[in-house]
Design a protein around this ligand. Structure first.
Ligand code: ATP
Ligand code: MG
Length: 363
């Protein structure tokens, strides 16, 4: 298929986005280039594509169709954050660029690790978990094919929302979670609210448990989302892989991200079986953009996840090794006390990135 790419020269899309995206996306690109060189793989062929303000000024829309057409030919790309709240009026009614890309390519799995790095002041210094969030339905039903806009007002004073849960979507997100757990500590926690939302989140829980029967080597348990929030604070280090529906995953991943580090550290990918997109969990941070102050860690770690995903998809162990180099280099950089302003340090975006690159080559 068109999505398999070329083993010789990995092609990866590069979408700068807005605000600090114009600083942290090039930083992530440079770190990936270093890691790929360090393990002896051929250079990445970067495919720059316009998105966000840049695209509005040149093409009259934040998400040009030709960018989407070009992405269809790729299996992986890095997306910078977008400041969509600041886009001109007509674009406020549309999905954000990230939302539009997720929808177009059905990137149904939002995978968000929460792991504290030593050398940072994390509330939960021993947390090392991954939240696998269903990205296409649930109570964010505006993204769902069955209901168009999931919210409506039957009268001017009553607002309602529809939640959608399908067996097919539960099955594929559950498989993503169990496959991931197999490469980790072999435990999956299914998060739902089946005592109240028994039909919708009950189906989610039941299908996840069914899928789990095909993974006898993985331990499964389940929790209500409210209890889960409390357990994350009390003993977050006990969890390995958490699989949950869209809205619960949105909220829990911010909680886990904050417990294990800062916003500048929170990595993620959005993936399907055939495509993956690296995207930091934070926004465009317009308050600090253009000043070489942003922490590029989240996007660098997201890019490492992307390489790991690519390595598995293409069965190319070198890409996994490059990802491991990046993670280790970031850990050693942070441990050595190199820190951007958000972590109380003095390093610029460029200095931090150079420190990581030096450590990518020096193991
Ligand atoms: P969005 O609606 O896109 O999620 P937001 O309003 O939640 O955006 P962010 O852009 O994530 O806001 O920024 C929130 C705060 O965190 C800002 O003060 C910003 O400067 C800071 N911040 C976010 N990301 C980083 C980063 N990578 N490095 C340093 N500071 C950051
Ligand atoms: Mg935000």
């Amino acid at each position: 298929s068109a999505s398999t790419g070329n083993l010789e020269n990995p092609r990866i899309g590069l979408l700068l986005g807005d605000g600090i995206g114009r600083e942290i996306v090039p930083a992530a690109r440079d770190v990936v280039d270093a890691a790929v060189a360090a393990v002896g793989l051929p250079d990445v062929e970067w495919v720059p594509l316009p998105i966000g303000f840049e695209a509005i000024s040149t093409y009259g829309t934040p998400t040009p169709e030709h960018t989407l057409v070009a992405l269809a030919e790729l299996d992986s790309w890095i997306l910078g954050p977008h400041d969509s709240a600041a886009y001109p009026e007509p674009f406020q009614m549309q999905l954000t660029p990230g939302g539009m890309i997720r929808k177009r390519f059905d990137l149904y799995a939002n995978i968000r690790p929460a792991r504290a790095l030593s050398g940072t002041q994390a509330v939960s210094p021993r947390m090392d978990l991954v939240i696998v969030r269903e990205n296409t339905e649930g109570f964010y039903a505006d993204r769902n094919m069955f209901v168009g806009s999931g919210e409506f007002m039957p009268t001017p004073d009553v607002a309602m929302a529809v939640g959608v849960v399908t067996r097919q979507a539960c099955e594929r997100i559950a498989r993503a979670a169990f496959d991931l757990a197999r490469r980790r500590r072999k435990r999956v926690t299914v998060v739902h609210k089946a005592n109240v939302l028994s039909t919708t989140t009950g189906l989610f829980r039941d299908v996840c448990r069914e899928v789990g029967q095909n993974y006898p080597d993985i331990a499964v348990d389940d929790e209500h989302v409210d209890a889960m929030a409390a357990y994350l604070v009390r003993r977050g280090e006990d969890y390995d892989v958490i699989v949950t529906e869209n809205m619960f995953g949105d909220i829990l991943s911010d909680l886990a991200g904050e417990l294990s580090g800062s916003l500048g550290m929170a990595a993620s990918i959005n993936a399907s079986e055939t495509k993956a997109m690296a995207q930091a969990a934070h926004g465009a941070a317009p308050d600090i953009s253009g000043r070489n102050r942003a922490n590029p860690t989240a996007l660098i770690m997201s890019s490492a996840m992307l390489l790991e995903w690519l390595g598995a998809a293409r069965q190319e162990a070198g890409l996994g090794a490059a990802a491991a180099r990046i993670r280790s280099a970031v850990e050693r950089t942070v441990e050595a006390g190199v820190a951007t302003a958000d972590l109380g340090g003095l390093a610029s975006t460029g200095e931090f990135t150079e420190s990581v690159i030096a450590r990518v080559f020096r193991r």
